[in-house]
Write a protein that binds this ligand. Sequence first.
Ligand SMILES: O=C(O)CCC(=O)C(=O)O
Length: 224
Amino acid sequence: MERTERTDGELFPRERTVVAPGAVHVPDWLAERRQHELLAACRAWARPPAGLRTVRTPGGGVMTARQVCLGLHWYPYGYARTAVDGDGTPVKPMPHWLAELGREAVAAAYGAPPEPGGGDYDIALINFYDGDSRMGMHRDAEEKSPAPVVSLSLGDSCLFRFGNTASRGRPYRDVELRSGDLFVFGGPSRQAYHGVPKILPGTGPRALGLTGRLNITLRVGGLG
Ligand SMILES: O=C(O)CCC(=O)C(=O)O
């Protein structure tokens, strides 16, 4: 059966939603051209050295989403300047334009620029999900800065679960994140548990030419 673009089937545009205090979903924030540019950049970053890798947790688990980092290399559970759990080479630099996109995203989500002195977005984690990938409920806790986390989605839609700061369990809210969507979580939600219980294969914009989903989170490390 022919696939129809999801947005064509909607009578009303999706609206900016405050999912929890400090956690804001801005649908369709990235213009089509921007999504193409970001995808091209992700493809280049995913190449070796310090390219896309499979992440293994100390308990013997394997993350089903594969990952590449910019600025600083995240591993379970810390940051390094080299791909310590990959090929050991230096992490690729965080481009200035991507850091700037992070600032713009915060302004778009909160209607105000980031707090002065909050620091620059100096870390990006890029996760690639195929149709069977998931991400368990976790907190982004290795950064020292309280600056909001900026999340950008490309390709297939997913179910994004945004929870509370106390536990991995309820209460949480499930939000569908689609290609081009922005999600920002800071303030009282900065340490909220969140995860991706499901990818919706075949739902990405056909013109983008991506099978699967890419998520880019921008963070301020505050790590000196
Ligand atoms: O893929 C997503 O939307 C979430 C990614 C995430 O939780 C993370 O990078 O810590």
